[in-house]
Design a protein around this ligand. Structure first.
Ligand code: ARG
Length: 472
């Protein structure tokens, strides 16, 4: 029989183990390097578990009290920077239990009664995600407020609208910004939906099969604010659907931020000049003194890929796992933590950028919308309104555009005689009908860019955000 004494890392395990883990394997196996992020949630979860053990008489009330207090002490030590567990603890769950036992003595060893790290880690991860989903939702709200404030200042500022990145029809700039407010609204709602499936307690599922102790899962769920409990213990410990769903919702948020980033990068270019970046949110080049670079939106666009990667990684992580817990699941955490950090920091940066990092250039925008053929549809609509079948009008205007291009003219430069020669239905009011402001104002269909529609949409978005502030 081997006489080698188990080292601290193998003392974690039962007496079944005789020798220590290889140091490199101990390092490989450990998650403390990253799951320390869960420590506050782990402590909160353990306190609820301890209260339940006392409540059900599995331990005495006094023991329960000692555990809850001891856990609180671990929390305070951690916050004060006095508790910094290393790899010898393997993971945050062992680290907390060990420190607790050092602090309160043998009663600490009762904490893990009727529990497994499998239901414990699932509980911690859900508590963590619940918290961060709410933080991300709050950041989305601030982002929407900032976009709305910008939009309110730019109802009558026009901006070229594009399809295929070709000038299409002019827009109210507010309408363009409001599109992102609506996208963020769906993001917010999507997170709320994910929250429902995060907010289910696996605590008490045990290792996989439940427990022989008379626990009360609804009691811990209630203490921890979980809406429901998993009804199947195997599913409870092995489900990571909620993580996949969160990463999917996070990915969609990043798609939206990345699309806005791309627009800002284009708008800031010499070719567009629709915005000017302020010094607080742009950087220079180390070699080209004239440059002002849009690093913030470029980074957001770049970081989007990491979040997509985490979603893909999580799907692949799950697809071959037999029930129930497998150590593979330890890999869920870094993906979640990084996605949360990335989304939170990108939302913060984009909010600052939209609030104070850029200045729209109304002169340049006015000039841009006046110097193209984006009012061509309106000429066709003008004729159609006078009874010319739309397709006929469309073909005629196509010819006009071609001839104007050849003559180096814009539609507004054609003389009334030229218009009349094209079609007798044209009258002097054609000039007014194709002026950019008229063209935009006229798209007054519900959800369109017409100023009346935009003002209504702004008011609606404002009241939606305001009513929520009041808690309704
Ligand atoms: N550190 C582990 C994880 O993050 C905790 C659960 C360990 N469970 C087990 N049966 N080894 O997944």
């Amino acid at each position: 029989m081997s006489t080698s004494k188990p080292s601290s890392s193998s003392q974690t395990w039962s007496q079944r183990f005789e020798s220590a883990l290889h140091p490199a394997i101990a390092q490989f196996n450990a998650s403390i390097g990253f799951d320390i992020e869960l420590i506050e949630y782990d402590i909160t979860g353990s306190q609820a578990h301890a209260r339940m053990l006392a409540h059900t008489g599995i331990i005495s009330a006094d023991e329960g009290e000692q555990l809850v207090k001891g856990l609180e002490q671990v929390r305070q030590e951690y916050r004060a920077g006095a508790f910094t567990p290393g790899v010898e603890s393997e993971d945050v769950h062992f680290a907390v239990e060990r420190r607790l036992t050092e602090l309160v003595g043998d009663v600490g060893k009762k904490l893990h009664t009727a529990r497994s790290r499998n239901d414990q880690v699932g509980t911690d991860t859900r508590l963590y995600l619940r918290d961060h989903i709410q933080q991300i939702q709050a950041r989305l709200r601030t982002f929407q407020q900032v976009l709305l404030t910008q939009a309110e200042q730019h109802v009558e500022t026009l901006i070229p609208g594009y399809t295929h990145l070709q000038r299409a029809q002019p827009l109210s700039l507010a309408h363009h910004l409001l599109a992102y407010v609506d996208m963020a609204q769906r993001d917010w709602e999507r997170l709320g939906d994910v929250f429902k499936r995060v907010n289910i307690s696996p605590l008490g599922c045990g290792a996989l099969a439940g427990t022989t102790f008379p626990i009360d899962r609804h009691y811990t769920a209630q203490l921890l604010g979980f809406e429901q409990v998993y009804s199947n213990s195997l599913d409870g410990v092995s489900d990571r659907d909620f993580a996949i769903e969160f990463l999917a919702a996070a990915s969609v948020i990043m798609v939206h931020l990345s699309r806005l980033s791309e627009e800002i990068i284009l708008w800031a270019s010499e070719e567009f000049r629709f915005i000017q970046l302020r010094d607080s949110c742009s950087t220079g080049s180390s070699i080209m003194p004239q440059k002002k670079n849009p690093d913030v939106p470029e980074l957001v666009r770049g970081k989007t890929g990491r979040v997509f990667g985490h979603l893909q990684g999580m799907l692949v992580l799950m697809k071959g796992l037999p029930l129930a817990y497998n150590k593979d699941l330890q890999e869920d955490k870094e993906a979640l933590f990084d996605a949360v950090r990335t989304v939170e920091s990108c939302l913060e940066a984009m909010t600052i950028l939209m609030e104070e990092g850029l200045e729209f250039q109304p002169m340049r925008l006015t000039q841009a919308v006046a110097e193209d053929f984006s009012n061509a549809t309106d000429v066709a609509d003008y004729l159609a309104a006078k009874g010319v079948p739309f397709r006929e009008a469309y073909n005629l205007v196509g010819k006009v555009v071609k001839a104007s291009l050849a003559a180096g003219k814009l539609l507004k430069d054609l003389s009334i005689d030229e218009w009349k020669a094209l079609h007798p239905a044209f009258e002097a009011d054609i000039y007014e009908a194709i002026a950019p402001q008229t063209v935009v104002a006229a798209r007054n269909s519900y959800g369109g860019t017409g100023f009346e529609q935009v003002k209504a949409a702004l008011a609606q978005a404002r009241s939606r955000l305001a009513s929520e502030k009041l808690g309704s």
